[in-house]
Write a protein that binds this ligand. Structure first.
Ligand code: NDP
Length: 507
């Protein structure tokens, strides 16, 4: 799977399986010159791709959709080998997402990017045809993270391609193999050469890519997102940023306790907790706090962790990114030192050559601790007792992040009212994360969690230039407002404006 089609480069990255420590591939570190060469190739290939039209492009995307499902096992094996995630995490959140996204954008791109006829109330443009149209940007750069090499790296290329752009993807240095597998897949499915290319490398490769493209779609940490925006400012290149989060879960006293406990366990531990919209902190109303903690602890204790085998072999996989193990350990150790109690887990485990952190439940936590305020991005669930919903909302909003959140209560109306008070781009009531599967719903962070969004109309229009057209067919030789200015006409125009905008009383 680790076929590399770029020009030869001197330096290489060894790709490691985080669950075993085995080296599973080698990819080149592309220099700025090599990225420029890819960009030239992409720009040369783009016009023919655009000229295929929505139908022609959709045919290729639908073929690719089938390819991913037909080659499911092969793709899952590649993802698992470079991330250490479980078979199910790769199937549900990567194959499932991309399988759905190919069809969604193939079907909806024509409608989202169709010409829009506009009506204006301004009498000065009466009788003119007003249209908004969307044209592809040209060359889009996608820079992706390591936690979802297929969904969050390649997944963002799909709408960019559907819109008629050429795309260069810079995957994370630790998980480049899935993106390269898709290069092979897209070629097999008839995508013209050069329309989708992969620029493997480190952060510098990402920086070089920003200099070459017409728009950057970035997913990653808030710190790197700021660097991306700074670099893009040099060339006034637009950016869309999907960044980190510290997603709160609020459990009210009337919640379905069993469902809430199952959800807290699943959405904090799924993908080893390495999901931007994972449950990162939990606030529970006092009357049910003890029962909730007992249930979650029991469920987390029962989780099986280890090197992923086939389906159903383990529940929680490895820590994909080497540095992440130190961050997770650091948050748990610091919390423990500051008075938190670890009810289960609480240790790193690298004894068998892989990189794991035990599924961990933390209580006696508060906002003086990093585990409640900074992105942990590991299999940990810190749970805090709150007096009431008011305190929960206040604490949920006490964060620089605003990516996603969830509220749990049997009173759905009250849950929705609380959801509207949470400062986050997406809030679920009695669910978490599922909003991400509704590709019709925009998904984007507030505050330090991002800029712009993916999914919905905005998720593809960002890959297009918007152009306004005004077309006049029938008109006099000279409009009233044209030269030469005459006192009589000016007076008439003044009275017309009064009539239009100045009538009636104001408060
Ligand atoms: P990073 O920010 O470390 O890296 C993201 C990508 O940017 C990688 O490809 C990285 O390359 C590249 N990069 C690094 N430095 C630069 C630079 N100066 N200029 C351009 N590109 C650069 O994020 P992680 O890979 O650690 O991903 C985890 C983060 O992603 C978490 O914060 C998570 O919340 C967030 N995320 C957000 C999502 C969302 O939808 N909001 C979804 C998924 C993840 P390299 O790997 O080679 O350093």
């Amino acid at each position: 799977m680790a076929t590399v089609s770029q020009p030869p480069a001197t330096e290489q990255i060894s790709v490691e399986n985080p669950a075993t420590g085995a080296v599973v591939g080698q990819v080149p570190i592309l220099s700025a010159d090599e990225v420029r060469a890819l960009a030239e190739r992409g720009r040369a290939a783009q016009p023919a791709w655009e000229a295929l039209g929505f139908e022609g492009r959709a045919r290729v995307l639908r073929r690719a959709q089938k390819w991913v499902l037909d080659n499911q096992q092969r793709v899952i094996d590649t993802i698992v080998s470079e991330t250490g995630k479980t078979h199910e995490d790769a199937l549900l959140a990567e194959i499932g997402y991309v399988g759905s996204a190919f069809g969604f954008w193939a079907k909806n791109a024509p409608e989202y990017l169709a010409d829009e006829k506009i009506r204006s109330a301004n009498p000065f443009v009466l009788g003119r045809k007003l249209v908004v149209r969307y044209a592809p940007l040209g060359l889009v750069g996608v820079i992706g993270p390591w936690n979802y090499p297929l969904s969050n790296s390649f997944g963002d290329c799909i709408p960019a391609l559907a819109a008629g752009n050429a795309v260069i993807l810079k995957p994370s240095e630790v998980t480049p193999l899935s993106s390269l597998a898709m290069e092979e897949a897209m070629r097999e499915c008839g995508l013209p050469e050069g329309v989708y290319q992969v620029a493997t490398g480190l952060g510098e490769t990402g920086q070089a890519l920003i200099d070459e493209v017409d728009m950057v779609m970035f997913t990653g940490s808030t710190a790197t997102g700021k660097k991306v925006m700074e670099r893009a400012a040099r060339t006034l290149t637009p950016v869309s940023l999907e960044l980190g989060g510290k997603d709160p879960m609020i459990v009210l006293a009337d919640a379905d306790l069993e469902r809430a406990a199952n959800a807290a366990t699943y959405y904090s531990m799924q993908n080893g907790g390495q999901t931007c919209i994972s449950v990162e902190r939990v606030y529970v109303e006092a009357p049910i706090y003890d029962d909730f903690v007992a249930k979650v602890t029991e469920k987390v204790k029962a989780l099986r962790q280890g090197a992923p085998g086939g389906p159903g072999s383990v529940d929680v996989g490895a820590v994909t990114f080497p540095k992440q193990l130190d961050i997770v350990s650091g948050h748990v150790d610091a919390a423990r030192e500051a008075g938190a109690t670890v009810l289960t887990g609480g240790h790193a485990n690298t004894s068998a050559g892989g990189r794991f952190y035990e599924p961990t439940v933390l209580v006696d936590v508060d906002h003086s601790m990093a585990c409640m305020t900074e992105e942990t991005f590991g299999p940990t669930v810190p749970i805090m007792r709150v007096a009431d919903a008011e305190e929960a909302v206040k604490l949920a909003n006490d964060s620089p992040y605003g990516l996603a959140a969830s509220v749990w209560t049997k009173d759905a109306g009250r849950g929705e009212a609380i959801a509207r008070r949470i400062e986050a781009g997406a809030v679920c009531v009695n669910d978490a994360q599922l909003n991400y599967l509704a590709l019709e719903l925009p998904m984007g962070g507030w505050k330090s969690s991002g800029l712009g969004s993916r999914h919905g109309a905005g998720g593809i229009r960002k890959y297009a230039r918007q152009q306004s057209l005004l077309v006049t067919r029938l008109a006099p030789k000279r409009d009233l407002h044209m030269f030469p200015y005459k006192a009589g006409t000016t007076g008439l125009l003044g009275r017309a404006m009064k009539l239009l905008y100045g009538r009636g009383k104001r408060d």
